[in-house]
Design a protein around this ligand. Structure first.
Ligand SMILES: [Zn+2]
Length: 582
């Protein structure tokens, strides 16, 4: 492979490449299409001495999740550098800020989860509107995120390469043209032959120097994405995967290296976006473990804003950053590249998290673009599906149980009784993304629930399934709700009751389990309904994978819509399905 074809590979991306195929070509490969027109930097230039370094500016976002419209609630607010909570995010505001921050040395990059788990305006069209927006914003490349796999690798390839959706057809905008950027992953391999499932890196030439971007996604992706989404793929350890590509790039003369990774750490609530996480997690582990050739680590996944100075294995300072989520923060990173060494001057790196405030004038072109999609989706979104008599909240009122969680679990049971023979239903609390409120903004407050509101609550398009568990397995599953790392109390249908004694150690908290009021025995066979994420062992509920006689039914949102249609108006249930001792 020639240097030029290596570059073409990096710029255009290929679906399947092996590392051996990449590791060819002399050092100093150029990404110029006309190398003969460019004098080598080794040539003396006495009359016009050129500067020894050239400036580069990176502008980065992560975890945008299709937020074309300004996100509402806590997802639309952020603590700024002065400690003040401010409104932030929205594509048109993001566009204005990017325009103001961009200069001729700028590359716009991202760290994954740009699509998936997105609002209806984007999700109804398989996120094509969001990818079109990112193209308009000039995104050059992004790490792939776990949510980019929500609909599987074939769909992700369609998003990048174009074509209409195989089931839902073309969107109202016509045939999908594909993205002008590629998603990168150095640690996602095809199971069958070990080839890269996505391009592992991208090289951008800017101001005559080359900057290499290496993509990574959390190796935990298989535990947080539905099994169908990651079928045929292998997610490998991040540091080793990136270091392999880093060495290859260095051999090709790409010494200025940036890792874009969809993994990150958590920070203390309400800290400045420019502060550092004080509890090192998976993000820090990778950020410190990467080869010293890597100059910068731009992260995502944990939806946190931070700027952290850490050390590379050679003991040199290296920055590790993240820019919140939903387009609320742009991370600006300025640095100089030494023209002699082709490397980033570490001491010149200046990172800064910039809040995407809504006090600027929203970009008119992007405002019109978003409005077009808002109009298109409105007929779908505004269709009434039922009504409620009062707010249905997702915040727990009883040891983790919530009114909205109860109603969703009841709907899931109803949707899986026929065909799935389900007796109880369990719902992961993290899959309930918003409250259902009696009065919607701008309306009188008649309790009407629209499809758009229901979709905001359950945006994942998960499939309902049912499996058989024994009584002992159900007990073990319920015990998995509490662990040293997390408390995740499943929402349950009215047909299931139990006692949770929170004073007892993990693994010994659940007792008195009853189905339809009858005590459960260890050997009893129980048909349990849940979405495919949980049934696949998601959120650490690994006992689900021991289930037998798997049955697949309707989409979770369709089960909810059917339930609302049959039972409206729905009153908030009393949250007494769990008897809590604390
Ligand atoms: Zn993620």
């Amino acid at each position: 492979m020639t240097p030029a074809s290596l570059t073409r590979l990096a710029l255009v991306g290929v679906a399947a490449v092996s590392l051996t195929a990449l590791a060819i070509g002399p050092a100093g490969a150029t990404s110029s299409h006309h190398p003969s027109n460019h004098p080598s930097h080794h040539q003396p230039s006495h009359h016009h001495p050129e500067p020894k370094t050239v400036p580069v500016r990176l502008l980065s976002i992560n975890d945008f999740h299709g937020n074309l419209e300004p996100p509402t609630g806590s997802g639309g607010r952020i603590t700024d550098e002065t400690g003040t909570q401010v409104d932030a995010g929205g594509a048109a505001y993001l566009a204005t800020h990017l325009k103001q921050m961009r200069d001729k040395n700028t590359v716009v990059v991202a760290a994954g989860d740009l699509i998936g788990a997105s609002p209806l305006i984007s999700a109804a069209y398989h996120d094509e509107p969001t990818v079109a927006l990112l193209d308009k914003l000039g995104l050059a490349t992004s790490a792939v995120g776990n949510h980019e796999f929500d609909e599987g690798i074939d769909e992700l390839n369609r998003i990048m390469k174009g074509g209409c959706h195989p089931v839902d057809g073309c969107s109202p905008a016509g045939t999908w043209k594909g993205s002008s950027f590629d998603y990168l992953a150095a640690n996602v391999l095809k199971e069958k032959n070990g080839d890269y499932a996505l391009p592992p890196f991208y090289v951008k030439k800017i101001n005559g120097v080359k900057v290499g971007f290496i993509g990574l996604v959390t190796q935990t992706t298989p535990t947080i994405v539905t099994a169908a989404g990651i079928k045929g793929l292998k997610f490998t350890e991040e540091v080793a995967a990136a270091n392999k590509v880093s060495k290859l790039l260095a051999r090709q003369g790409v010494k200025a290296q940036v890792v874009l990774m969809h993994e990150g750490d958590n920070v203390a609530p309400n800290q400045s976006p420019d502060a550092c996480p004080n509890t090192p997690g998976a993000g820090s582990r990778i950020a410190q473990g990467l080869d010293a050739q890597v100059d910068l680590v731009i992260s995502g996944h944990s939806h946190q804003a931070y700027i952290c100075k850490t050390k590379d294995p050679a003991g040199h300072d290296r920055y590790f950053t993240q820019g919140s989520s939903f387009g609320r923060v742009i991370t600006q990173i300025d640095f100089q590249v030494d023209k002699k060494t082709d490397d980033i001057v570490r001491s010149s790196v200046v990172p800064d998290n910039h809040v995407v405030t809504r006090t600027v004038t929203p970009d008119p072109e992007i405002t019109a673009f978003v409005q077009t999609w808002k109009d298109r989706v409105s007929t779908v979104a505004n269709r009434p599906i039922g009504s409620i008599t009062a707010n249905l909240g997702r915040n727990s009122t009883n040891g983790g149980e919530s009114a909205l969680g109860d109603v969703i679990a009841d709907a899931q049971l109803e949707g899986t009784k026929v065909g799935g023979n389900a007796e109880i239903a369990l719902m992961n609390p993290g899959g309930i993304r918003a409250d259902l409120t009696f009065a919607q903004s701008g309306s009188e407050g008649d309790g009407v629930v629209t499809y758009g509101e229901a979709f905001t609550v359950q945006p994942f398009n998960n499939l309902m399934q049912a499996v058989t568990l024994t009584g002992a397995q159900l007990d073990a599953l319920l015990e998995q709700q509490w662990s040293a790392t997390a408390t995740r109390v499943l929402q349950q249908s009215a047909t299931l009751t139990y006692t949770a004694n929170l004073t007892q150690p993990f693994g010994s908290r659940v007792s008195n389990i009853k189905v339809n009021g009858v005590a459960v025995t260890d050997t009893q066979q129980i048909r349990v309904a849940a979405n495919n994420f949980l049934v696949g062992g998601g959120d650490g509920f690994t006992v689900f994978t021991q289930g037998t006689d798997l049955w697949s039914g309707p989409l979770d949102i369709d089960a909810f819509v059917a339930y609302m249609g049959a039972h409206s108006p729905i009153a908030p249930p009393v949250t007494d399905r769990i008897t809590v001792i604390q």
